[in-house]
Design a protein around this ligand. Structure first.
Ligand code: SAM
Length: 350
């Protein structure tokens, strides 16, 4: 009898894994898998889909966290405006451009410019940074500056920026409103749709393990990325920051994080999925594990040493020498039978 139940369970799992379109209940079922054998089938399928739609190449994106000033007050984030314990910094325009050149010299073909929401950098400042980087370096540029005006998005796209990362964080409107005193989910989605409509490769994604979040909410996160037709999707674990109201909330569950990445790959197929720094903060083997469950992107951090400790989104964020890190990551990628991409790694949908 027990064996019959097992066979029925296995059959149902394979039926779902072999679907090409997924209902919400399928996504919830896959996210809820706990049986080790079933999880191993889930990861195997995610890796196969990754290979079929993205190939064996892993794309490196060099990130510069150029300002930790933030006008928003996201309850989970150490950069939040009301965190008075954080020493704030801003990199100058020239420092940002020089750091981008270092990324390019390290052989990396994407520069990611990230900051808190910091209107100190005007539309013209960011335009100048984009144009200067493009003049000196043959790289793609990803912006991750939070919500800015549509006029600014237009101008930065015309200046040569290629991609924009703006995670929706959670598809549950109530949780979104509870965590963002000044922002609404609906507004975030309007921005994401606008970015996509003017030709940006758009990135969204969630935080896994937020208070009150259910497995159904995480299924909705994945399905929302599909609806938005995202080019990049980041599924990353919540890590508490001691300087925020969520300091006593436990970090995300590792198994659920890996399940989410795998299900994200299976449902979304031709999107870029990073193996995140947050995942490597959750567990030392995180980056490698992420690459085995569907991820195809790693983002080495090139923020200059004097600033990087201060970009404290959450606790225990790992810091390292970026040049050594890139060498180690390349070795790791090769040891997994994968390749380091030599191109810009544009959207797989173009
Ligand atoms: N200001 C930009 C924005 O809002 O998109 C980019 C900077 S923001 C610090 C980058 C990302 O950090 C957010 O999208 C969020 O998902 C992540 N983040 C913030 N606090 C976190 C935490 N405690 N655990 C995990 N991720 C966190």
């Amino acid at each position: 009898m027990k064996q019959e139940i097992q066979i029925t369970d296995d059959k149902y799992l394979f039926e779902i894994l072999n679907k090409s379109e997924f209902e919400r209940e399928d996504v919830v079922y896959l996210l809820k898998l706990t049986n080790e054998k079933h999880i191993s089938e889930l990861f195997k399928k995610a890796d196969l889909i990754r290979k079929e739609f993205c190939g064996d190449e892993v794309h490196l994106r060099g990130i510069i966290e150029f300002s930790n000033f933030c006008e928003q007050d996201c309850v989970y984030c150490g950069l939040r405006k009301s965190n008075n314990l954080l020493e704030r910094y801003r990199m100058s325009v020239d420092e940002i451009i020089e750091t981008a050149k270092k990324i390019y010299s390290a052989g990396i073909k994407t520069v990611v410019l990230q900051s808190g929401e910091d209107s100190h950098y005007t539309k013209e400042d960011i335009t100048h940074i984009i144009k200067s980087i493009k003049e000196f370096c043959d790289v793609a540029i990803t912006l991750s500056l939070g919500e800015r005006s549509f006029d600014e998005y237009d101008e930065w796209k015309s200046a040569g920026a290629d991609r924009y990362l703006l995670k929706h964080e959670t598809a549950n409107e109530k949780i979104y409103s509870a965590l963002h005193s000044k922002q609404e989910l609906e507004e975030r989605l309007i921005h994401l749709k606008y970015l996509k409509s003017i030709g940006f490769q758009a990135g969204s994604g969630n935080i896994i393990g937020l208070p009150g979040q259910t497995i159904e909410d995480i299924a909705d996160d994945i399905l929302l990325c599909k609806e938005l037709d995202c080019d990049m999707c980041s599924f990353s674990p919540f890590i508490p920051s001691p300087e925020t109201p969520l300091k006593n909330i436990s970090p995300a569950d590792l198994k659920l994080t890996l399940n989410t990445m795998a299900v994200g790959r299976i449902v979304l197929k031709n999107v870029h999925i990073p193996s995140t720094t947050a995942l490597s903060t959750l567990t030392p083997e995180g980056r490698k594990l992420g690459l085995t469950v569907g991820a195809n992107v790693i983002m080495p951090n090139f923020t200059p040493d004097k600033y990087k400790d201060k970009y404290r989104i959450y606790a225990n964020k790992k810091t390292y020498d970026p040049i050594k890190f890139v060498e180690e990551i390349k070795q790791m990628i090769h040891s997994m039978g994968r390749k380091v991409s030599e191109d810009k790694g544009h959207s797989l949908k173009q």
